[in-house]
Design a protein around this ligand. Structure first.
Ligand SMILES: Nc1ncnc2c1ncn2[C@@H]1O[C@H](COP(=O)(O)OP(=O)(O)OP(=O)(O)O)[C@@H](O)[C@H]1O
Ligand SMILES: [Mg+2]
Length: 373
């Protein structure tokens, strides 16, 4: 039987249009940025990779966050794994063909289909290795590569990140016939900052796209399944839309929310969010996010959640009560930077610094500093 967890939205048309953009601009990657948890990785995995395969490309996925300290090695590792996959045939037929067809004699001449000629080892310097791997993989697979680099902002947070960007850029340009690329990330700001210290604006390097969030096609499925489980009851699409926006268009979270309504047969979605905010599970999660931050940082986070200008006179007065004396602007700035690095705060476009997760912001708005101690 279908459950809420089986509900998914596939976006083949979006994937196809992205591939079209990539092919129209050889050497220039697409960079899609969107807030956390809205479905970027899911899209790469379920929509873009299959569309690339269908278009006779070889998709290769690398998560740069997983090996934050060595992102170039993470990319090379993904390419190497993929090279293994295409070199070692998985199917029985492939294996037989490889081991038994050794020599075919024809009028005295013989052609050797056996082992591939020994190749020079790949260079060990990561920059050269990337280039060599791309060439070897594309040649072995007999297809162009679509390199999908997830969490690209990790490059902005590692020492030598600019050098890696320069390497990527050079390889993407040099190998533009056999290598296409898509970046995704949750912090456009980090990337933009890094590229401008590397001396080139982001738009020159990559085409920036705002990744579209899910919409009615997702919400309608949730409502339909709810109606199936609870005959005679229904969730209004309009309520679902409003709440989806309120929680920052996060499909996983929205699904959990509807599941919790369903468990009790409730249909008031807004009231559901309120209850959801205070569920133990959520509160434990929020506390874990706060845990690494000292009281001063928590206080700064709280003032930002409440929409106060963090350097404003009133804010500094409030913060003075936390540490006994008025903090310096530099201290507030340093706290904001740490909260930003932890992913709790973002600076959207040129706008003010805000709490990244709107639901977390809502939770904080309902708290006093004493409750966050
Ligand atoms: N198209 C979709 N249909 C159904 N559910 C989805 C879809 N896209 C995302 N989700 C749900 O949302 C969750 C978060 O998606 P995903 O991990 O792709 O987000 P993300 O933007 O990559 O997040 P992060 O910034 O944390 O990497 C998934 O686990 C999945 O449950
Ligand atoms: Mg992701």
């Amino acid at each position: 039987m279908k459950t809420f967890d089986d509900i998914e939205v596939r976006r083949p048309a979006l994937a196809k249009s992205y591939l079209g953009l990539i092919h129209a601009q050889p050497g220039r990657p697409l960079a899609m940025f969107a807030p956390r948890r809205v479905g970027k990785t899911y899209f790469l995995d379920h929509d873009l990779a299959p569309a690339a395969r269908q278009a006779k490309s070889l998709p290769v996925y690398a998560d740069l966050w997983l090996q934050k300290s060595a992102p170039l090695e993470a990319i090379n590792h993904a390419l190497e794994e993929s090279l293994d996959d295409v070199t070692v045939p998985g199917s029985e037929v492939g294996r037989l063909a490889r081991t038994t067809v050794r020599k075919v004699g024809a009028l005295g001449a013989s052609v050797d289909f056996g082992d591939a000629p020994a190749r020079r080892p790949l260079p060990s310097a990561a920059e050269l290795r990337l280039d060599a791997l791309v060439v070897r993989l594309a040649a072995t697979a007999g297809k162009p590569i679509l390199l999908m680099l997830d969490e690209i902002q990790a490059l902005g947070e590692v020492a030598g990140g600019e050098k890696i960007i320069a390497t990527l850029r050079a390889v993407l340009h040099k190998r533009r016939d056999i290598l296409k690329s898509v970046f995704t990330g949750s912090s456009q700001e980090t990337m933009v900052r890094m590229l401008s210290t590397a001396g080139s604006p982001m738009y020159q390097f990559a085409q920036l796209l705002d990744f579209p969030v899910l919409g009615d096609e997702f919400l309608q499925q949730l409502a339909d399944h709810f109606a199936e489980v609870h005959p005679g009851k229904s969730l209004s699409l309009e309520d679902l839309r409003r709440v989806f926006a309120r929680i920052g268009f996060k499909p996983g979270l929205m699904r959990d929310l509807v599941k919790s309504l369903s468990a009790e047969g409730l249909t008031d979605v807004d009231a559901g969010v309120k209850r959801f905010l205070l569920e133990d599970r959520q509160v434990v999660g929020w506390s874990a996010l706060l845990q690494p931050h000292d009281l001063f940082e928590r206080a700064v986070l709280l003032t930002i959640a409440q929409g106060l200008p963090p350097m404003g006179r009133d804010t500094l007065d409030t913060l003075a009560t936390v540490q006994g004396s008025r903090p310096t602007v530099a201290k507030v700035r340093a706290a904001i930077e740490r909260l930003r690095r932890a992913g709790l705060l973002v600076k959207a476009g040129g706008g003010p610094t805000a709490v990244d997760d709107p639901l977390f912001a809502e939770y904080l708005q309902g708290r006093s500093l004493d409750e966050l101690k």
